[in-house]
Design a protein around this ligand. Structure first.
Ligand code: NAP
Length: 305
């Protein structure tokens, strides 16, 4: 890895609480582990209890005295998102890491009828963030980090067909969901500033990191040859621990500004730095339109913003 910011630079997180979605694997697991290593209490928000508890055990094994706990969260089901938020009893929340994601899955729908990638990657996190917002606004120095992707470049959102009902292409749908992540961050940052809040909403992407993301779709469809080919991506990719650094930087480095998009400085790998993003992901009108549509679809509004 090149010189630059590394996990050793994470400031002390004692006394802080973080929620990390999709913390049982890949980038989320490394993000959660490093936050715990630096003293944060970390809630591992995962959809599968066994995988979530195993991840908690792995982190406790790696980090003596780690304060980590599994909490059930299925982003493909708004009732689960509501339950998670209702069970989060503390008055404050320092870090929300919207990390969980799915990529290039065959067409499917969430429990609430949303196209799966848009529903999990964007709408689930939109609802989660809105429901936890009072705790975030009540916390000095709180940050929300949403994990997008360089692949947002693949497609703009289609406001007339947010759920890809007219046509579905798995990669276009992924690109749209990752564009939605960036527009969400842009609009959340804009609204927080307008409300005079110090909340920092930032985005990150891991470059190309070796995780389950690349093979999950093919595995789901039992397309073994495709799974093997996609598995080769992981040979070329940087380790998931390195992929977690942009997220950790956005979450903890001093001086991170609202609406920053942090990624590996060399594009697909390397130390974190500012990342290229399509201009359309900074469009106020598009951000506002997606926000209003997301409120209508999820029924979650943002009190105070
Ligand atoms: N790896 C890369 O090269 C790359 C590049 C660009 C962006 N990203 C982004 O990085 C983020 C993390 O992905 P990763 O690469 O670490 O992949 P990963 O290892 O497959 O992790 C994805 C996580 O999301 C969870 N998840 C999926 N559906 C969920 C749902 N309905 N509710 C709750 N959690 C759910 C998964 O849980 P299960 O284990 O239960 O499936 C898993 O914990 C994603 O947002 C992805 O788009 C990754």
């Amino acid at each position: 890895m090149s010189h630059g910011w590394s996990a050793r630079d994470i400031p002390d997180q004692s006394g802080r609480t973080a929620v990390v979605t999709g913390a049982n694997s890949g980038i989320g697991l490394h993000t959660a582990r490093e936050l715990a290593r630096c003293g944060a209490r970390v809630l591992l928000a995962c959809r599968d209890e066994r995988r979530g508890k195993e991840a908690a055990d792995r982190i406790r094994y790696a980090v003596r005295g780690a304060d980590v706990e599994f909490a059930a969260l299925d982003l493909a089901d708004l009732s689960s998102v509501r339950e998670f938020a209702a069970d989060y009893r503390a008055d404050t929340l320092d870090l929300l890491i919207n990390n969980a994601g799915v990529m290039a899955l065959p067409y499917g729908r969430t429990a609430d009828g949303f196209e799966t990638q848009f529903g999990v990657n964007h709408l689930g996190h939109f609802a989660l963030t809105g429901l936890l917002l009072p705790k975030l606004l009540a916390t000095e120095g709180a940050r929300v980090v949403t994990v997008s992707s360089g692949m947002h470049a693949l497609a703009d959102i289609d406001m007339g067909d947010l759920n890809s009902e007219r046509t579905y292409h798995r990669w276009i749908a992924y690109g749209r969901s990752k564009t939605a992540n960036l527009l969400f961050v842009h609009e959340l940052a804009r609204r927080a500033a307008a409300a005079g809040s110090t909340l920092v909403a930032a985005a990150a992407h891991p470059g190309l990191a070796a995780t389950d993301l690349h093979t999950a779709g093919a595995r789901m469809e039992r397309r073994r040859a495709v799974e093997r080919v996609m598995g080769l991506v992981n040979v070329l990719a940087q380790p998931a621990s390195a992929g977690a650094l942009p997220t950790l930087y956005a979450a903890t480095a001093p001086g991170v500004r609202p609406d920053w998009f942090t990624g590996p400085r060399r594009g697909r790998r390397g130390a974190p730095g500012p990342s290229w993003r399509a201009d359309r992901t900074r469009d106020d009108v598009a951000g506002e339109r997606l926000w209003v549509a997301s409120e209508q679809l999820t029924g979650v509004t943002y009190p105070g913003l």
